[in-house]
Design a protein around this ligand. Structure first.
Ligand code: AMP
Ligand code: MN
Ligand code: MN
Ligand code: MN
Length: 276
């Protein structure tokens, strides 16, 4: 089956509105789709309606930002029924986004000869509470500070760079509990992307499991083949289900294609076995 359980619409930092995203996924042969905007459920009802109209299977999703041991980790929630608790939990993360933007902007403006980063980034975002580093990157491209978003992250916004300010997201426990209390499945997003030791990865998984986390993302173009195979060993060792997602943000970005993901290694237990 062609399954994509991780992608972004323009409700967070993707380019396409939810309805166009669903149509594009179907055009690419998707048979099951989840929309997983950052800290936001605002695109789900339009995506769901569109998928229903087009005959594509769709489940609710979200990608939650978490601070864990001083690092940012992403937890995907799948197949939940939205609750007030989940909405309130996501709201905490969204509330912090504007002041974080102001802090990043201040730092970058001191270092670069670019002005109005706050207004500039907001002009690309759906709302101040969904503004992200992606929107800052888009403004830096527009202002010809960098040639593309990738370069913006490499030089200014990525891990350890000047725009990478310490920010407090919600805890791993809050995120996982909000998902499972909404009858959803919690998934560690793109585990191989985190620059943490093998021991820290095991600690992360063990803690994630104590809160009720059940799956890790394996089949994503964000991971190399080697990373996917290593994560399969880890999933089997910790009795975790495996998820698949493109992490698509927009047409032609980073070679990711909506609705298309690498095959899950055969020894994985697919996370969709948990869905009805
Ligand atoms: P934020 O939620 O504001 O921390 O922004 C995180 C988003 O920035 C991620 O979801 C990605 O879409 C994007 N991002 C992170 N690192 C990179 C990178 N190296 N190149 C391009 N986009 C990135
Ligand atoms: Mn993103
Ligand atoms: Mn992510
Ligand atoms: Mn993502």
């Amino acid at each position: 089956m062609n399954i994509d359980l991780h992608c972004h619409s323009n409700i967070s930092d993707g380019k396409l509105p939810p309805d166009q995203l669903v149509q594009a996924a179907l055009n690419n042969g998707a048979e099951l789709l989840a929309l997983t905007d950052h800290d936001h459920l605002g695109g789900l009802s339009l995506a769901q309606k569109t998928a229903h109209r087009l005959g594509l299977s769709f489940i609710n999703g979200v990608e939650i930002s978490v601070s864990w041991r001083g690092r940012s980790i992403h937890i995907v929630g799948l197949n939940f029924t939205p609750t007030d608790e989940l909405e309130k939990t996501l709201h905490i993360n969204r509330q912090g986004r504007f002041s974080r933007l102001e802090k990043i902007a201040e730092r970058l403006e001191k270092k670069l000869s670019v002005k109005n980063i706050v207004q500039g980034a907001l002009s690309f975002a759906n709302s101040p509470d969904s503004v992200s580093r992606t929107h800052i990157a888009q403004y830096l491209v527009q202002q010809c500070v960098v040639e593309n978003a990738q370069q913006a992250f490499k030089k200014y916004l990525g891990d350890g760079k000047i725009g990478d300010i310490k920010h407090q997201w919600i805890s791993l426990e809050q995120a996982v509990l909000a998902i499972i209390n909404a009858s959803g499945v919690a998934v560690i997003a793109h585990p191989a992307r985190y620059k943490i030791s093998a021991t820290a990865m095991r600690n992360l998984i063990e803690e994630f499991k104590t809160y009720g986390g059940q799956a890790i993302e394996i089949a994503t173009p964000v991971h190399s083949l080697n990373e996917r195979l290593n994560l399969t060993l880890l999933a089997n060792r910790y009795d975790l289900y495996a998820s698949a997602g493109s992490d698509f943000h927009g047409n032609g970005e980073f070679g990711r294609i909506i609705g298309q993901t690498p095959d899950l290694p055969v020894t994985c237990r697919p996370v969709w076995d948990l869905f009805e």
